[in-house]
Design a protein. Sequence first.
Length: 337
Amino acid sequence: MSIKILGIETSCDDSSMAVLMDGKILSNISYSQKIHEKYGGVVPEWASRKHLEAIVPLYLETLKSSDNDISQIDAIAVTQGPGLLGSLMVGIGFAKGLSFASGKPLIQVNHLEAHVISLLIDTPRPAFPFICLTVSGGHTQLVIVKDFNKMELVGSTIDDAAGEAYDKTGKLLGLPYPAGPHMDKLAQQGNNIFPFPISALKDYNYSFSGIKTSVLYFLKDQLNKNPDFIKENLNNLCASIQYSINEMLMIKLKKLAQKTGIKNIGIAGGVSANSGLREKLIKEGNKNQWNIYYPQLQYCTDNAAMIATVAYYKFQKSEFASMDFEALARFPIPQSK
Ligand code: KG4
Ligand code: ZN
């Protein structure tokens, strides 16, 4: 008998639902909220309102495009956290209501665990153990993945996340939110000619606040001399900022791969869509005989396919949630050695 899971993701500013059958994605639909662009960042109140508007049409569209109705679904999986409380509550409230009405069991999923597991959505899948560098708008984590439920968090950011570093420095350049994808495109036409700092903390932790401050002061200084400095140098500025951020990410990843001897290396999360980061990963992979992995673009940014994929493994171990579980704004990645 096949197992079908409906996945629901509303932790930040993407409303997403997916249907997964026996580990295969039948449908994955995401609505990205545009309203935040004009504010230069996610406005939590707007995010939850937009999830509320989207959730029922999204549910109907996802089931229809997967050719299923709710009676054919075996479990309803939803992101419990971490994320914006109001946004999480929309997805969880919907999942609970649907579970109550349909009698289908609920499965709660950690969003960070799901980003790691996004590497297992498509083939070829990394064999265990593998290293995952999760780089998103809210998180930067280095994780050793020994099995589905055996993850060890080895390093994380002590301040901004990598995606935040892209978005905040991009904002200084006048790019729309989220700036990461814009920076990526412009960087492809530029060169790394401005030496922004590459900070390297001890161990496997990251810090991105230095580059943000450095870009801010550098631009202030240059704009005083030439008010058109950004306009005239946009591509090179993007290439230089991108180089520094990606270099910081790769230094720790290389260090961990060397220390552990693990050759299966993946990147996940929104920033794993970055073409410069992928290029670096391919280059290092060739040099060090790594097997490298990154998700398809639709599974890099927040998506419900990764939520349903985690739930598929939980379903097989009968790890169901009770009706009274709550949204968690802070929810560390579950660890077990
Ligand atoms: O995983 P995600 O959708 O949301 C969180 O869980 O945070 O990641 C969103 C982040 C944003 O900061 C966005 O700017 C960044 O991913 N991002 C990129 C690219 N595409 C998305 N950053 C750099 N290059 C990209 N191509
Ligand atoms: Zn995410």
